[in-house]
Ligand binder design. Structure first.
Ligand code: DSN
Length: 430
């Protein structure tokens, strides 16, 4: 009894390194991995220390099913204030009439919208996954493709951009209840105003999934989909640089249906520690410094695309309007998978991605998707991205000197340290 009591006291007071050195060691290794490579996965970012602190905070202990002022548990007076702040900040940042900040992730944000306005079997029109859409935009093996009758538009073979005339023709043929715009691998502006005209013409509702470019919207350097859409969904961890999570904005007329669809429709207790982190993320995203960061993300993406093209590679659409650059390897000997492996050896982390009209399966793919938000967060500027493009070009040659290329990537990482104030994996020392 006495020994167990001693252990219990230790468990109640000790930190992770003492209690679970295996996990502590893995967390430390993951921090060093993130520090020691150039992160170019377009959907990833390095969030702020303040956000990490909120994610590791005590509301993780609290059940709060329901919404502020209408919970199914006692003791919610503080978390109500947290969620209210997060909702108000989201509304103010994006100019929305209503915000629901409870989605655990982007997939649940999209699910909440579908549950709010669709019945199983309803027709929906979205961008196909292999042209830059998303799993939750109607892939057959995803809940969206199983529950609803999804139809897809794609990009034009000539321009690789969305052809709005084709979308209109398809919408007239399908007569969807909902049109979904946005996606995960589309490098150009999502013109929600044009989708609105199409939705209006066929009597459909409109949803934009702005998960990838939400940070650019917050900074005012990508047109906002909010005025044109019934619903806008997003994650908070991509360009927005917040915690790993999601949220939904909508018009006031849909507020009640959306809230009910989220809870009790598809989620139980909200993660209030993460919602606290979302509130901090929205506060940061409203600052001039965040706008400057997003301008740098954009400038770096243009520099990366230009460097790849100058090095003899094809970039889908010839460039980008966002943070995202799609390398098209079809004119080379490289597959996306092989290029991903080679770049990994050189300390550049990317993901293979199909390109539109790809003849290879997704596990092999003919493209590589690149993005600038994470490296920009550690301070990379245009000069650094000229060097990144040059490393990629040199790495994708038959006779590449891997050791030398790895050295060049490591030199960039040393010059732009990640989380320099971190001691260990959790403690920030200013
Ligand atoms: N998996 C995300 C991405 O990489 O874009 C989308 O959910």
């Amino acid at each position: 009894m006495a020994i167990a009591q001693e252990t219990f006291e230790q468990l109640r007071t000790a930190g992770l390194a003492e209690i679970d050195p295996d996990i502590a060691e893995l967390l430390g290794r993951e921090l060093e991995r993130q520090r020691g490579q150039i992160e170019l996965i377009a959907s990833e970012n390095f969030t702020w220390p303040s956000v990490l602190e909120a994610v590791g905070s005590v509301p993780t202990n609290k059940y709060a099913e329901g919404y502020p002022g209408k919970r199914y548990y006692g003791g919610c007076e503080v978390v109500d204030e947290i969620e209210d702040l997060a909702r108000e900040r989201a509304k103010s940042l994006f100019g929305a009439e209503h915000a629901n900040v409870q989605a655990h992730a982007g997939a649940q944000a999209n699910m909440a919208v579908y549950f709010a306005i669709l019945n199983p079997g309803d027709r929906v029109l979205g961008l196909s996954l292999d042209h830059g859409g998303h799993l939750t935009h109607g892939l057959k093996v995803n809940f969206s493709g199983k529950l609803y009758e999804f139809h897809h538009y794609g990009v034009s073979r000539e321009t690789m951009r969305v052809d709005y005339d084709e979308v209109l023709a398809k919408a007239k043929e399908v007569r969807p209840k909902l049109i979904v715009c946005g996606g995960s691998a589309y490098p150009r502006t999502v013109e929600a105003d044009r989708f609105r005209e199409i939705a209006h013409e066929v009597g459909a509702m409109l949803m934009c999934d702005m998960a990838h470019f939400a940070g650019l919207v917050a900074a005012g350097i990508h047109p906002s989909p909010v005025p044109h859409c019934d619903f806008v969904t997003s994650t908070t961890h991509k360009t927005l640089a917040g915690p790993r999570a999601g949220f939904v904005l909508c018009r006031a007329e849909h507020a009640q249906a959306l809230d009910r669809a989220n809870f009790p429709g598809e989620q139980g207790g909200p993660l209030l520690h993460t919602i606290a982190a979302k509130a901090a993320c929205f506060k940061i995203a409203a600052t001039d410094a965040f706008r400057d960061y997003q301008l740098q993300v954009r400038a770096n993406a243009d520099t990366l695309a230009a460097g790849l093209i100058d090095g003899g590679f094809d970039v889908l659409t010839g460039g980008t309007d966002t943070h995202l650059v799609q390398l098209d390897l079809r004119a080379t000997e490289w597959t996306g998978a092989a290029a991903e492996g080679r770049l990994d050896e050189c300390k550049l982390t990317v993901n293979r991605n199909t390109v539109p009209f790809d003849e290879r399966p997704p596990m092999v793919a003919s493209g590589v998707r690149l993005g600038t938000p994470a490296a920009t967060m550690r301070g990379f500027d245009e000069d650094d991205f000229r060097e990144v493009a040059s490393i990629i070009v040199d790495a994708l040659q038959d006779e590449a000197d891997i050791a030398a290329l790895r050295g060049r990537a490591e030199a960039l990482c040393d010059r732009r340290p990640l989380y320099p104030g971190f001691r260990g994996y959790t403690t920030y020392v200013a």
